[in-house]
Design a protein around this ligand. Structure first.
Ligand SMILES: NC(=O)c1ccc[n+]([C@@H]2O[C@H](COP(=O)([O-])OP(=O)(O)OC[C@H]3O[C@@H](n4cnc5c(N)ncnc54)[C@H](O)[C@@H]3O)[C@@H](O)[C@H]2O)c1
Length: 434
């Protein structure tokens, strides 16, 4: 299936999957497409169904299948690297202890839900001289890399301002941030960290040598609350008399609509609803579980819209908008304004460059996809991050990865933005404590 050419010089590396849910499974698929480059030799997950799927797909012996990440670090080191794809609040300890065991690490984002945790992970990585890749998949995505290359080549002169939009998608937001795993900050983390870590990483990366000095942010949970519950609506969509007129109907999302099981979908988002999706299991889950609840009648508390302003050195600025209510699903749009030209990339596809001197537009097309692999998530970015990580480990070459220091810096900007929103003040990156 895979058509991406392999580099014969690279040795096969081995990896243990810690957290065999959605993301752990996606990343481990690289080994199915490129068995000569990656072998999955262990798995840990408390959910039997999920760990057994990975075990079967990768032919893992029983003695390397575990119920908890702690069981992995109790063993002598038995792989080159670990993929840590556990829930947000379970990243810090596995990352530190795996680094202390000498494993290279691909850690899902966010690194941790606190600034102190992120710093502790980076210290552990440095202390043990292991490689760290963090799941900011867009950093490795060709359109984002093209923008970075054009900026670094001086194609638009000096970057003065960046405008960035993260359109989360109305259905996606309801699924993940109203009903799903990221609907409460105390269960996972605030939405900017959960959803816009990618975007703040990109803004920080594209700004290059310019240091972010100040951050301010506003945002709220404007719509998905009891105040907006339609008259006559029930607390579950399957019992609701006005469900057919509701944009967020769970019946439409998981049973009858384009991504529903009745339409033959057995993948995301129904795999998040139940382990083994079919009409009966999904219907039962909608009757009893969180994914069947009215979006206006649950216990969600994360913002559905948020804006962030960044002030960089030498008077440069950037803005980020995160909005739930969009047709597009996470296909970011960005404009980078420079002294000699402007870069645009709409829906994270083709990059265009308008040159103020020649008054000509150049196009840098991107054929979305993932080199024919099955790792098509995030427009193919899932493939590119995994490819970079595997190469970094095989060649022991950190230059394939965003540096731990840069990743930490962008996490700190995210914490600063949320602090600004909560405290209603501008945060100084130099004097405020995060
Ligand atoms: N890079 C991205 O764009 C992106 C996208 C979605 C999610 N994520 C992040 O990836 C992580 C995983 O998300 P997901 O969607 O795969 O969630 P998921 O719930 O599908 O998977 C998490 C898995 O971790 C397992 N787990 C829980 N405790 C464990 C433990 N002690 N030891 C081992 N495994 C344990 C769970 O049983 C579950 O199977 C989260 O941090 C999430 O924020 C990143």
């Amino acid at each position: 299936m895979a058509t991406h050419k392999t580099d014969k010089a690279d040795k096969q590396i081995t990896v243990i999957v810690i957290g065999a849910g959605n993301r752990g499974t996606v990343y481990s698929n690289y080994a199915v497409d490129f068995p000569e480059r990656l072998k999955v030799v262990g798995v840990a997950d408390p959910r039997k169904f999920r760990r057994t799927l990975i075990q079967k797909n990768h032919n893992i012996p029983d003695d390397k299948v575990f119920e908890d990440w702690e069981d992995v670090v109790k063993q002598d080191k038995f792989a080159d690297a670990v993929i840590i794809a556990t829930p947000d609040r379970c990243h810090r300890e596995p990352a530190i202890q795996c680094a202390d065991k000498g494993y290279h690490i691909l850690l899902e984002k966010p690194m941790d839900v606190t600034a102190a945790g992120c710093k502790a992970i980076v210290e552990a990585v440095k202390r043990n001289n292991v490689l760290l890749g963090v799941g900011h998949v867009l950093h490795y995505f060709p359109p984002a890399m093209t923008i970075k290359r054009l900026i670094d080549e001086g194609a638009i002169g000096e970057v003065i301002n960046i405008q960035h939009l993260e359109p989360v998608g109305w259905g996606h937001f309801a699924h993940s941030f109203v009903r799903g795993n990221w609907h409460r900050e105390d269960d996972s983390c605030f939405v900017l960290l959960a959803k816009c870590g990618h975007d703040i990483d990109l803004i920080h990366w594209w700004m290059g040598k310019h240091k972010c000095l100040k951050v301010s942010s506003f945002g709220s949970l404007a719509h998905f609350n009891k105040e907006h519950k339609p008259e006559g609506a029930a607390s579950r969509c399957l019992d609701c008399s006005v469900e057919s007129k509701c944009a967020y109907s769970a019946k439409q999302m998981y049973l009858d609509g384009p991504f529903g099981v009745r339409m033959g979908n057995e993948g995301w988002p129904v795999t998040a609803v139940v382990d083994n999706p079919n009409v009966e299991t999904v219907t039962e889950a909608l009757r009893t579980g969180p994914y069947g609840k009215c979006v206006y009648d649950t216990d969600n508390d994360v913002c559905d819209n948020q804006v962030v302003n960044f002030s960089f050195s030498e008077g440069r600025t950037a803005t980020l908008s995160m909005v739930a209510f969009t047709e597009k699903l996470c296909t970011r749009s960005v404009k980078v304004f420079g002294t000699k030209g402007e870069i645009q990339c709409l829906n994270f596809n083709e990059v265009t460059l308008f040159d103020f001197v020649t008054r000509k537009t150049s196009k840098y097309p991107f054929i979305s996809g993932a080199h024919g692999t099955r790792m098509t998530g995030h427009g193919g970015a899932d493939f590119y991050i995994m490819d970079a990580f595997v190469k970094a480990v095989a060649r022991n070459d950190p230059s394939f990865l965003c540096t731990a220091a840069n990743t930490l810096e962008s996490h700190l900007l995210t914490f600063a933005a949320e602090k600004s929103r909560l405290e209603g003040k501008i945060i100084s990156m130099e004097t405020d404590t995060l």
